[in-house]
Design a binder for this molecule. Structure first.
Ligand code: ATP
Length: 227
């Protein structure tokens, strides 16, 4: 679903990401784990086309992100680390607005919105203004908005920040279900080992812009123990 071919990013003379060269399969929950400043957000921003790599190529599905950005971006949903929501809209209005931006036909959007409000336990808040939402409720609404178009790839920067344990469980379960049942791919970043371990099929550990280890949790443990 995602293929990095020797991807790097420099900011001036500073190299934030060195040489990413790996692929993420369809249906996988793939985590980018690393400390602050490791290069996670930079990588996610490159995957979503918000910034361009200084070197290398990124493919989303069959599409080269640099050559076919519209086709590549149509396959994905993105949840940034600090999402922006229109505070003066209700949850329902916001989801209708996003559906309109993506030109989802009304007949298709209405049942989809109802299902997502239910899935993210927001039904009773549907007509409440976003400005009255807690941080966790906003976060759940952001997830609902990102999933409206049924993206093949969901890119999420620090997905669990601001969620309470129940919200976390909900989001983890939704990731697993969507990946298992609909073949959606999730590419997420986190600096929390527990989250990576809990939700990810495979993890890349990034340090100072370099992938220093990659694999599922048991194989990473084994490699760490063997060193
Ligand atoms: P965090 O967990 O703190 O979000 P991160 O792993 O997401 O960290 P990045 O935001 O990708 O890290 O930053 C990687 C490095 O690149 C950091 O040293 C950061 O200071 C630097 N950096 C990021 N954006 C820019 C920019 N626009 N200009 C210059 N340097 C930048």
């Amino acid at each position: 679903m995602i293929r990095f071919e020797h991807v790097g990013k420099r900011y001036g003379r500073f190299t934030a990401v060195k040489d990413l060269d790996f692929a993420v399969s369809a249906g996988e929950v793939f985590g980018f784990l690393g400390p602050n400043g490791a290069g996670k957000t930079t990588t996610l921003r490159m995957v979503t086309g918000l910034i361009q790599p200084t070197r290398g190529r990124i493919f989303i599905g069959r599409h080269d992100l640099a050559r076919e950005p519209i086709e590549a971006k149509a396959l994905m949903g993105f949840i940034p680390d600090r999402p922006y929501l229109y505070e003066k809209l209700s949850a329902l209005e916001l989801l209708r607005f996003v559906a309109g931006l993506y030109r989802l036909p009304r007949a298709e959007a209405a049942p989809r919105i109802t299902a997502l409000l239910e899935q993210f336990e927001l039904v009773e808040w549907a007509t409440t203004l976003v400005e009255n939402f807690s941080h966790g409720m906003k976060q759940r609404l952001v997830f609902a908005a990102a999933l409206l178009t049924r993206p093949s790839l969901l890119v999420v920067d620090e997905p669990m920040v601001g969620l309470d344990p129940r919200g976390m469980r909900l989001v983890k379960q939704i990731f697993r279900d969507l990946c298992a049942q609909e073949g959606m791919t999730v590419f997420l970043s986190t600096h929390t080992l527990d989250i990576a371990e809990d939700v990810c099929d495979r993890i890349a550990i990034i340090h100072r812009g370099d992938v220093v280890a990659m694999g599922d949790m048991p194989s990473l443990r084994e490699a760490a123990g063997a060193e």
